[in-house]
Design a protein around this ligand. Sequence first.
Ligand SMILES: [Zn+2]
Length: 226
Amino acid sequence: MAKLALLFVISGVLYFFSFNPSTRANNSNTPEFDTHHFAIPPIADLPNLKKTSNLFYDSIFSQNKSFESEGFDFPVGKPDATNYFNAQLFGENYHLGEDWNGIRGGNTDLGDQVYSIADGLVTFTEDVCCGWGNIVRIVHKLPDHPKFSYVESLYAHMHNINVSNGELVKRGQQVGTIGTAHGRYSAHLHFEMRDFLNLPIGQGYSEDQRGYFSPTDFINKNRPSE
Ligand SMILES: [Zn+2]
């Protein structure tokens, strides 16, 4: 029994140190990590969240309050989506996101910059099979929002990814570039927002919108104050 208790204490200490940025920064054995970089478990191992806060994310944001979200911008043509248009609205054809395109049409927007819509924590950066291409997912903590403690943004079909998993990012920071999902589509950004965190990637289209909402509506209602 005593051995078991000791094991719990040791694993607890290891867990604490793995998420504590100050110890991470002072540990010369891990120079590849800066003070704003965290080990993120696979999405599948994290609980799907509804409108509740989460101990895992709270443990990170409580030590990095300057990365809590203070308002949202659009993911292209920052901050107001200037020179871009939304070619397929949320809910149109059961679309679970929005398709952002440059106004010049075709692939003229290929390689254009994609930005984090708000401060947050990168929880996923992967090239996902079969239609998704390069995806970045970011969790945003909303300290003062009347409805949401956290929301998630998802950027898909990208040509490049410019952030890494576990990185804390600022609003307007480049996360990638507009792509074609490896030639599958004409270039555009498929962009989703979710209030159920850590859902499976999904299909991009569904009659069931639970856990998803209109990005444009949300961004317009939650612009930065400055
Ligand atoms: Zn789409």
